[in-house]
Design a protein around this ligand. Structure first.
Ligand code: ATP
Length: 437
């Protein structure tokens, strides 16, 4: 019935005011141009699930590029059009962005002996999507704002927790949908519907993924590694026999325990208030590769075209994680500065792995101390103080301050006065560092 079909209330409650405003404006602009406009894909799914959704994907029955231009003209923001695909992106001043697609009226060929039927262009657009739960839309025009368009039973599948492809050739058309499916399964705690699962397994058996560029495969892996619990998806890759293709030569079993625990380590580290890793996916990539020999690990990184800087980070992590971990577990206890130097040789993306290996409270607390020293403990003196002592600025200053830092985190100096004395002694050993005066 009509009231059930309309999710206007859900939109007002579930989306921020700015978000709703953009949707309403899109509806107004479309009406003026004589078009119909819909928000499609993830937004409807996430609204129905009561989850946050940040993407805005619009589908226009009409010229999407024209609508995008009109929207940006009227409400500010820049627009970038992609004429080849009849799509456009509007970038609003507040950082929000909206993707606009054009749905074209075409003849839609039903399989088998069905007659050719003209279907709505929205139907066309939604039919090309990966799963029924992603193939819903919501109308934005004023007269039916909030009406859900659900040709394929996505809403019911969502309620029943089922991931279903729209047709039997879906995974053949685009095998990365298997990987996307795994991501949605674990994110929403739903499952492939039996027939879809069968099709997915067939696609794997026929090695369909090998037909896709490794760039696209990596994009999907990277997304998987940024989910809240990537280990669930990784275990599913193993179940569906995709692991060996995606990570050739890497043993899953050897890493399973650590992988399963990594999200907890990430949470603990977050509570320590350090800088977050720049590349969250790399946390998991490092954990996946940490027991693999460096040559093989490198091959995998090259396979997925990691850039030079990323390669260096992964390689530093794989070389250094054990040293940090063993240092923290050292029976006699190592100096903070020794541990700090080891920590400084691995990227932040490696900390969760190290933490996952620290099984007792004492070593975990020690790790925190060392990280705090690395990030926050700075000498209270600086170059100016050294000049005031009568030393000539030069490369030795940096070394002296570094030595002071080391002494400080090892507890050898505590006050500013002690730091000054320490630096003075250090620099006196350097010929030419003392001023003539
Ligand atoms: P996420 O929250 O991960 O961004 P999303 O559903 O918004 O989920 P996107 O990758 O942003 O995912 O894609 C937007 C929409 O485009 C999807 O909801 C889906 O309908 C469609 N889509 C994306 N990739 C594919 C694909 N490979 N095959 C078919 N449809 C796709």
């Amino acid at each position: 019935d009509k009231s059930d079909k309309n999710i206007r209330e859900l939109m007002y409650r579930g989306l921020s005011a700015e978000y709703v405003l953009i949707l309403e404006r899109a509806g107004e602009v479309a009406a003026r141009l004589g078009y119909k406009v819909f928000a499609a894909g993830g937004i409807v799914r996430d609204l129905l699930l009561g989850m946050e959704c940040l993407d805005i994907d619009l589908v226009v029955e009409g010229d999407g590029m024209e609508l995008a231009r009109a929207l940006s003209l009227e409400y500010g923001g820049r627009v970038r059009v992609h004429p080849k695909f009849h799509t456009a992106t509007v970038y609003f001043a507040d950082g929000r962005q909206v993707d606009v697609a054009t749905a074209r009226v075409e003849f839609y060929q039903y399989p088998a002996a069905m007659p050719q039927v003209e279907t709505s262009s929205l139907h066309q657009d939604l039919y090309r999507r990966d799963f029924t739960i992603n193939a819903m839309a919501v109308s934005l025009n004023k007269d039916d704002f909030g009406d859900v368009v659900d040709f394929f039973g996505g809403r019911e599948d969502l309620e029943r927790g089922l991931l279903r492809v729209l047709h039997n050739l879906s995974f053949i058309e685009d095998p990365t949908r298997v990987l996307r499916g795994i991501r949605f399964e674990k994110r929403y705690n739903i499952s492939f519907e039996p027939q879809t699962l069968k099709l997915a397994r067939e696609a794997v058996q026929n090695n369909m993924l090998a037909r896709v560029s490794l760039e696209r495969v990596w994009e999907e892996i990277r997304h998987l590694l940024m989910e809240p619990r990537p280990s669930l998806g990784l275990a599913r890759l193993v179940e569906l026999q995709l692991w060996e293709y995606l990570f050739p030569g890497v043993l899953y079993a050897a890493n399973k325990v650590v992988l399963d625990e990594l999200h907890l380590s990430i949470k603990v580290l977050r509570s320590w208030d350090l800088e977050e890793p720049d590349e969250p996916w790399m946390v998991y990539l490092i954990a996946i590769l940490h027991q693999t020999d460096s040559e093989k690990a490198r091959e995998i990184c090259l396979r997925y075209h990691l850039n030079k800087r990323q390669l260096e980070k992964v390689s530093a992590a794989l070389k250094g994680w054990r040293g940090v971990m063993e240092g923290l577990n050292h029976p006699e206890g190592l100096n903070t500065s020794v541990l700090a130097r080891r920590v400084m040789n691995v990227p932040r993306e490696c900390y969760p792995l190290i933490l996952a290996y620290l099984v007792n409270y004492v070593t975990r607390r020690r790790f925190r101390q060392v990280l705090t020293a690395v990030f926050y403990d700075k000498p209270s003196i600086n170059g100016k103080d050294l000049r005031a002592l009568g030393f000539k600025p030069g490369p030795a200053f940096k070394m002296a301050l570094d030595a002071v830092w080391q002494a400080r985190i090892d507890g050898l100096v505590r006050t500013k006065q002690e730091e000054l004395i320490y630096a003075k002694e250090y620099l006196s050993g350097y010929e030419g560092a003392i001023n003539d005066v």
